[in-house]
Write a protein that binds this ligand. Structure first.
Ligand SMILES: Nc1ncnc2c1ncn2[C@@H]1O[C@H](COP(=O)(O)OP(=O)(O)OP(=O)(O)O)[C@@H](O)[C@H]1O
Length: 342
């Protein structure tokens, strides 16, 4: 039993009335992304076109194999679980198996679990659901084996595969699935959910705090809610300062200032901002590149400078992904911008 649960039991057993403050404290120990995970398809924010189509399968009780693709934290797992809850009601847990394809123990363990689940007795339902997360982490050979398993159990099992990139899924699997692309959640969608959670938790947020949460999350709802919860622990009010600190995100103005100094030929000022971001703010080089990439079009730069910067950003991003030293790469980027001016 977790500490939270045992504490909650002790409180329930004691004769003394629970003070509202204590109840709120206990509530804050819960993980908000789980507490506010939508239960039903129509509660999933920002993907109405997808959830309406999924609801039709549920209404007809006729589910094809599904492939959900998209970035992290946008509702792929949530939608799969919501389908199971709507199809099976209280029995959903015994008819839904969640597996991770990148299971350390290997694909054979995953396949055995699929077989055991698909072969065990059914409680009056025509089919059960297997949700396989990170399906794109499987090699082509493992995916071919998975395809055979999908065929073997096609009469009584439906697969929902989740991945970041559907292009990494072999064609024979893609052609057996209806594909749904979950994009990043819109700023409005994230804002709405943040405000809802904050209100229910009695958390005060400032307008710039919510804007900072939306900016830092960049369409990832899990990141937005986690950041709200972490910032709420830090102080009374969730404001911009708290959010940027907690998420190790640079303010857009800092990134712009760093680039502008470099373009104006002042390498040392530009480098000292970079140093502050990497050393004092603890940012990862890859995250600075991501922020640069997102903000480039909002900087006050000529078209030519923007294109040059974009070109460099692409190159540095590739090198960092390949394992090059982040600081060296970022300093080189700023240095090359400065050199062009001098
Ligand atoms: N569209 C959404 N509407 C409301 N809440 C959401 C949405 N997407 C994500 N969330 C919140 O974020 C949490 C994580 O979402 P989920 O597990 O569905 O992400 P995912 O897309 O499956 O990501 P991953 O690929 O990393 O597994 C949920 O528990 C929920 O609180």
């Amino acid at each position: 039993m977790s500490e939270v649960e045992s504490e909650a039991d002790e409180v329930a057993e004691s004769d003394e009335a629970v003070e509202p403050d204590e109840a709120a404290e206990a509530g804050r120990d819960e993980i908000w992304i789980e507490k506010y995970r939508p239960e039903r398809l129509d509660e999933v924010a920002g993907h109405e076109d997808i959830t309406e189509r999924l609801s039709r399968y549920v209404e007809r009780d006729d589910l094809p194999n599904l492939l959900f693709s998209g970035p992290a934290g946008v509702g792929k797992t949530t939608s799969a679980v919501a389908i199971a809850k709507e199809l099976y009601g209280d029995d959903w847990e015994s008819n839904f198996l969640e597996l991770n394809a990148s299971d350390q123990r290997g694909i054979d363990v995953v396949r055995d679990r699929i077989k055991n689940f698909a072969r065990s007795s059914f409680g009056g339902y025509n089919y059960r659901i297997i949700f396989l997360d990170e399906a794109d982490s499987l090699t082509s050979d493992a995916q071919s084996a998975l395809r055979r398993t999908m065929e073997q159990f096609s009469s009584n099992t439906r697969f929902i595969l989740s991945c970041n990139y559907s292009s990494k899924i072999i064609d024979p699997i893609q052609s057996r699935c209806a594909t749904f692309r979950f994009g990043p959640i819109s700023d409005e969608g994230v804002t709405e959910q943040i405000l809802k959670v904050a209100e229910q938790e009695g958390i005060e947020t400032t307008e710039d705090g919510v804007e900072a949460l939306v900016y830092a999350a960049d369409g990832d709802m899990r990141k937005a809610i986690n950041a709200l919860q972490a910032a709420a622990v830090m102080g009374e009010v969730v404001d911009e300062e708290a959010v940027f600190t907690i998420t190790s995100t640079a303010r857009p103005e800092e990134i712009e200032e760093m680039v502008t100094h470099a373009i104006e030929g002042d390498f040392s000022k530009s480098r000292s901002i970079l140093d502050d971001l990497l050393t004092n703010k603890g940012m990862a080089g890859g995250d600075i590149i991501d922020q640069l990439h997102r903000s480039v079009w909002e900087f006050d730069l000529s078209d030519e400078a923007t294109v040059r910067l974009m070109d460099r950003v692409g190159e540095v991003d590739y090198r960092i992904t390949e394992g090059a030293n982040e600081r060296v790469q970022l300093e080189a980027l700023l240095a090359s911008l400065s050199l062009e001016q001098n």
